[in-house]
Design a protein around this ligand. Structure first.
Ligand SMILES: *[C@@H]1O[C@H](CO)[C@@H](O)[C@H](O)[C@H]1NC(C)=O
Ligand SMILES: *[C@@H]1O[C@H](CO)[C@@H](O)[C@H](O)[C@H]1NC(C)=O
Ligand SMILES: *[C@@H]1O[C@H](CO)[C@@H](O)[C@H](O)[C@H]1NC(C)=O
Ligand SMILES: *[C@@H]1O[C@H](CO)[C@@H](O)[C@H](O)[C@H]1NC(C)=O
Ligand SMILES: *[C@@H]1O[C@H](CO)[C@@H](O)[C@H](O)[C@H]1NC(C)=O
Length: 301
């Protein structure tokens, strides 16, 4: 009973048993604990990624990337079936993940372009500007001719969008830089610059470019073709640049080859010691346009 009494008393007024020093120690300990918890939370809390105005990384990006890589290497171009798509994906990702998406360099993609080498035969490169859809319809039929998007890396990345973030090793599925945000060195833009430059450097023999004759400037200097590709053709390997200026079938066919825009291209090409030729409505491509408009007068050959 006596013991019980003592316990009972101590439970009633526990504070009286702590000395003043102990109370101070407890208080300081508590403050230290709270500060420690706050620091841990700040350091380990997942930081929110940077917010941009542009659309985010394409949904299911890794799966689309890997799927396209496998379709290309195993089904479309089995001569490339020894390419390691997992390794290509990891090397691709390494170029931009965990980095500020406005600070990507050409060097970041160097390991990727070193890993994926693909030889395009001479006379088989087709560049395009503002005529992507028609160019791809044509190479779909002319399987031996390659646009950039008919090469492995171009095929994988066509129409996709991607960016990373310094705070995470994942892709940013919330937003990516918009062109209006003054961020020219973003992962997507730099990628296309690098691989279109490589594509142009590797071209040989007679190379073709499909241009859009329904526009006032079929040769648009700020396009990838006008700013990157035409300046990276190697005059030692490229004998001739052959332009096909395609007009929309509904529009009346003016003669764009003699226009000032094409003349501008001609001067650039000749200055680079490459022969230039131009043809309005190149017939094999016109046939492709006519498949959709068989009744049109300009298709009554
Ligand atoms: C951009 O990248 C370069 C080289 O990778 C680095 O030196 C620089 O600090 C980076 N700048 C920013 C703002 O992240
Ligand atoms: C490329 O085309 C040119 C002109 O048509 C021809 O002389 C040359 O033999 C062709 N080269 C190849 C590799 O087909
Ligand atoms: C030319 O450009 C216009 C406008 O962008 C587009 O609608 C048309 O399909 C293009 N024509 C060709 C042949 O690509
Ligand atoms: C073309 O690019 C230059 C420099 O990059 C820019 O100053 C100019 O406004 C652009 N032109 C058009 C028509 O977008
Ligand atoms: C073009 O060729 C001429 C003569 O063959 C040469 O003098 C000139 O340097 C060349 N220009 C370029 C840009 O290669």
């Amino acid at each position: 009973m006596a013991n019980y009494e003592v316990v009972h008393v101590s439970e009633d007024r526990p504070c009286c048993r702590l000395s003043r020093t102990a109370q101070i120690c407890l208080g300081v300990g508590l403050v230290v604990l709270i500060v420690a918890v706050v620091i841990v939370v700040i350091v380990l809390w997942p930081r929110t990624p940077m917010v941009w105005k542009g659309k985010p990384t394409t949904k299911h990006f890794p799966e689309v990337f890997l799927g396209r890589c496998l379709v290309y290497t195993q089904l479309l171009r089995p001569e490339m079936s020894d390419q390691d798509c997992k390794k290509i994906w990891n090397t691709f990702k390494g170029a931009f993940v965990s980095k500020n998406p406005c600070n990507i360099t050409r060097e970041d993609y160097e390991p990727l372009v070193k890993l994926v080498t693909q030889t395009i035969p001479c006379n088989k490169s087709l560049f395009w500007s503002k005529s992507k859809h028609l160019a791809h319809q044509y190479t779909w039929i002319q399987e031996k001719i390659f646009t950039l998007e008919d090469t492995l890396l171009g095929y994988i990345a066509d129409d996709l969008r991607w960016c990373g973030d310094p705070s995470t090793s994942d892709l940013n599925y919330d937003s990516c830089p918009h062109w209006s945000e003054n961020c020219p060195n973003n992962p997507t833009t730099v990628f296309w610059k690098v691989i279109s430059q490589k594509f142009a450097e590797a071209a040989c023999g007679v190379v073709q470019v499909m241009l859009n004759g329904s526009l006032s400037e079929p040769f648009y200097k700020n396009s990838t073709f006008g700013s990157v590709e035409v300046f990276n053709l190697d005059p030692k390997k490229v004998h001739k640049l052959q332009a096909w200026v395609m007009h929309d079938i509904e529009a009346d066919s003016s003669n764009s080859c003699s226009g000032s825009s094409i003349n501008e291209l001609k001067l650039i090409v000749l200055q680079r010691n490459i022969t230039f030729a131009c043809q309005d409505n190149y017939r094999p491509v016109r046939f492709v346009q006519c498949v959709k408009n068989p009744e049109h007068p300009s298709c009554m050959f």
